[in-house]
Design a protein around this ligand. Structure first.
Ligand SMILES: Cc1cc2nc3c(=O)[nH]c(=O)nc-3n(C[C@H](O)[C@H](O)[C@H](O)COP(=O)(O)OP(=O)(O)OC[C@H]3O[C@@H](n4cnc5c(N)ncnc54)[C@H](O)[C@@H]3O)c2cc1C
Length: 397
């Protein structure tokens, strides 16, 4: 079977669905190809800062999603080894969403048939004769696309095709979960971060009855053979936690997720890497996967979606399928211009964010004092960037 489409998106995660919805809001259709058989809502929860909420407003989903999650009003940081505690107001909007709520809200606003589940792309190539990219699925189907957007996550095949290089990873384990409190939890609207020398725990309330938590610890060099041993290894650290925190994690809901590698694209790849080739580009983690220190990966993926849809709709307002009114060559050029504009707008923003995240991660993991010192200087030079990152406005659709 060979289908011809205008815009094809590989990956039906947050970024792929948001891009399809942003295009839809601009009157442009697209096709999302997702290898999973159903909507992927694993990953438990996601902290969404003001920049993410601005993007969700443009997508028309902010009101509905705000009803599912309370505002977080304070950051409560505890460093037990240093006997230090800080309490600061969040200032800008921050809420912790259930990933399921976000992904379902994105998907349900797309026209039926936009997402093709169970559609695993094995490879693709650009065919200059047909002015399109030809994609092949693992089961042998072929799909032709005028524009190809890779929203296929950290280990993206589209990023590889563009020559972006593989992302790196931090040897850290992260356990993510929820704890439900039928009669309400006692944690108010605070985001607690408890950081010891070799582990950290975070707790974010979603609403009055549900809290999200994460625990992280460096991986041992031997690695793990399965998820349950990795989980038990992280949970060993509960012994060193105050009772209130340990109790919350112990009574967790059955469903948890363990991340065994934390991927990131180094800042020099984001600064210099090729994000476009012809009418092929990338967005979301495929473009700029970052370690979750600032909780910005999902929100920046939403920003990508807005900027990409805006650029494409301005350059090709009638859509990108050839309708006889524009020659193939002309349309190709319009698409290339739109993608170049998208990348020009996104690169400086993503570079600063990935640089700060990289410096922060290196500071936490480096053994060399010199490396640590360089990171401290870099973070000081960047100033209070993380706050500004969270306040970024990607503009109107
Ligand atoms: C522990 C942890 C905590 C985090 N916390 C936060 C947070 O609090 N706030 C925040 O904003 N971000 C957070 N992030 C980051 C955030 O989760 C990601 O940035 C975001 O989910 C990226 O979405 P995406 O759509 O780009 O990629 P993904 O969610 O990885 O989606 C990629 C999709 O592509 C599909 N796919 C891949 N290859 C193919 C193929 N060949 N054919 C078809 N389909 C394919 C996959 O099945 C998948 O559905 C966190 C990340 C981690 C690891």
């Amino acid at each position: 079977m060979e289908e011809i489409h205008g815009t094809v998106i590989i990956g039906g995660g947050i970024c792929g669905l948001a891009t399809a919805l942003a295009l839809r809001r601009k009157g442009l259709s697209s096709l999302v190809l997702e290898k999973s058989e159903t909507l992927r809502s694993d990953g438990v929860a996601i902290g969404v800062h003001a920049n993410g909420w601005r993007a969700l407003e443009q997508l028309g989903l902010a009101t509905e999603l705000r009803e599912t999650a309370n505002t977080i009003t304070e950051y409560h940081n505890v460093w037990p080894k240093q006997n230090k505690t800080t309490l600061k107001p969040t200032r800008k909007e921050l809420r912790c969403l259930k990933r399921k709520d976000l992904v379902e809200a994105l998907a349900k606003n797309l026209p039926v048939g936009t997402i093709h589940f169970g559609c695993h792309i094995a490879n693709f190539f650009e065919d200059s004769d047909c002015h399109c990219t030809v994609l092949s699925t693992v089961d042998g189907s072929r799909i032709k696309a005028r524009v190809l957007i890779g929203c296929d996550g950290a280990n993206s095949m589209v990023a590889q095709y563009l020559g972006l290089g593989s992302p790196s990873h931090l040897p850290r384990l992260v356990l993510l979960g929820f704890t439900s409190y039928l009669h309400g939890h006692p944690f108010g609207t605070r985001f607690l971060r408890f950081a010891s020398d070799d582990f950290a725990i975070g707790r974010m309330p979603v609403n009055e009855n549900l809290v999200h938590f994460f625990m992280t610890r460096p991986s041992p060099s031997t690695g793990f053979t399965n998820e349950s041993t990795a989980r038990e290894y992280v949970l060993e650290k509960l012994e060193e936690c105050p009772d209130e925190i340990a109790e919350m994690v112990r009574r967790r809901d059955a469903e948890t997720k363990t991340v065994t590698k934390v991927w990131y694209r180094p800042p020099w790849q984001v600064m210099l890497g090729r994000f476009q080739r012809g009418t092929v580009t990338v967005a979301g983690d495929a473009m700029h996967v970052m370690a979750p220190f600032f909780g910005q990966g999902g929100s920046t993926a939403l920003e990508d979606a807005i900027v990409l849809a805006r650029s494409l709709s301005r350059s090709a307002p009638d859509g990108v399928v050839v309708d006889g009114s524009t020659s193939d060559r002309e349309l190709d050029e319009k698409i290339r211009v739109a993608l170049r504009k998208y990348i020009r707008e996104r690169r400086p923003r993503l570079f600063l964010l990935s640089l700060e995240s990289f410096a922060f991660g290196t500071l936490l993991t480096a053994k060399s004092l010199l490396k640590k010192l360089v990171c401290v200087v870099m973070l000081a030079l960047l100033g209070n960037e993380s706050r500004r990152h969270a306040d970024y406005d990607c503009g109107r659709l």
